[in-house]
Design a protein around this ligand. Structure first.
Ligand code: GN1
Ligand code: MG
Length: 359
């Protein structure tokens, strides 16, 4: 976190309209630092420090975002509410680029979408709309003429995530491998590793395409208007080529969980089938123009893969000594791991029901 004077100086690097009135933290992302900049001009702004330790190639990242938002803007041309349905990034006055850097830290500014809000939970009605919306988002980007790159190489590659877990266990940097519970969790995870790496094998066999996906479709990455309609998806840093499982699985990981991803009370965790059913219906409608039979029949797999992958990622970070995710207390990543593991087990037990719904 930075002080207001520094933040004001950074925000002033961008072509803002009006004077800055105030800057305060916004949202609860685990990676970037986000602030709301209020101004006396026509718009307020969102200032974000891009976590360059995680996103190493900010130039590529902003290229992806610039291309994708421009493409969506073309698709929505004529929509009277277009400025609330796609993000607008403000240019750096000196360079004309959509980010500014002092060589140490990287920043960008977007226009705050008026009368919008985010939620941490959704009901089946909104899950249906979210499915449709994320599906249509992928459909809109299906014919993007630009080449987009992977802003985090192999971001949702389960083989890589499994390898990183093995490396963490080997290195035991924080001395946490001696904890009995850590050993127990590891012994539960490993038997599923091969099955959970199925998508990478299908890709190598030419059975599965990569498409432009959002790759962070958490419930709180969608903006709603005050009437509860979905406006647009936000947090586009991880927009990149991936399997559609990313967007399908990651939404359900947050939406179908009966509790938040860091709730310690795992006894309360259940994978909600009403949310699955509603989201799948919307998603299948939104993606009907391109989704293949192989992608469709593996959607139940995706619903299991993402709690599994997230459990592996939180657990790896715990073993590494909490170097990746922001934590609020020392056991935070372990609590998150237990939570995602319980969600994975619940989802796995419901695969037959999921298959019946997908058809
Ligand atoms: C991170 O930044 P945020 O909180 O939207 C992470 C996601 C995880 C998520 C878990 C770049 O997203 O992949 O699913 O935390 N983003 C990155 O809450 O690693
Ligand atoms: Mg986010």
């Amino acid at each position: 976190m930075q002080n207001t004077d520094k933040l004001t100086a950074i925000a002033s690097q961008f072509d803002l309209k009006g004077r800055i009135l105030g800057i305060k933290p916004l949202g609860n992302g685990l990676i970037n630092d986000t602030y709301l900049v209020t101004s006396d001009g026509p718009d307020n702004y969102v200032l974000q420090r891009i976590n360059n330790a995680i996103f190493r190639d900010v130039e590529l990242l902003q290229h992806n975002i610039d291309c994708a938002t421009a493409h969506i803007r073309r698709k929505l041309a004529g929509d009277p509410d277009i400025d609330r349905k796609v993000l607008s990034f403000v240019r750096c006055t000196a360079t004309g680029k959509s980010y500014w850097t002092d060589g140490q830290t990287w920043w960008r500014v977007s226009i705050f979408i008026k009368d919008s809000c985010t939620y941490e939970t959704v009901d089946p009605k909104y899950s249906y709309l979210a499915g449709k919306n994320f599906g249509q988002f992928e459909a809109m980007l299906a014919d993007i003429p630009d080449t987009l790159g992977e802003t985090i190489p192999d971001f949702h590659n389960m083989e890589l995530r499994a390898r990183q877990l093995h490396e963490a266990v080997e290195a035991d940097a924080a001395g946490r491998m001696k904890l009995p519970e850590v050993k127990e969790i590891l012994s539960k995870m490993l038997p599923f590793e091969h099955e959970m790496c199925r998508a990478e094998r299908m890709y190598r066999e030419g059975l599965l395409p990569k498409r432009i996906c959002h790759c962070d479709t958490k419930v709180n990455n969608m903006l709603f208007d005050k009437e509860g309609n979905i406006l647009c998806v936000i947090d586009l840093d991880t927009l990149m080529p991936s399997f559609v499982f990313s967007d399908f699985g990651d939404f359900l990981r947050s939406a179908a969980n009966t509790v938040a991803e860091d709730d310690p009370d795992v006894a309360k965790i259940d994978f909600r089938m009403d949310i699955f059913e509603a989201f799948a219906k919307g998603y299948l409608e939104g993606t009907s123009s391109f989704l293949t039979a192989v992608e469709k029949e593996n959607l139940p797999f995706a619903a299991c893969l993402f709690p599994y992958m997230q459990a592996v990622r939180f657990f790896t970070d715990y073993i590494n000594g909490d170097t990746y995710y922001k934590i609020k207390y020392p056991e935070h990543n372990l609590v998150r791991t237990r939570n995602q593991w319980a969600l994975f087990e619940s989802a796995l037990s419901k695969v037959p029901q999921m298959k019946a719904i997908i058809g």
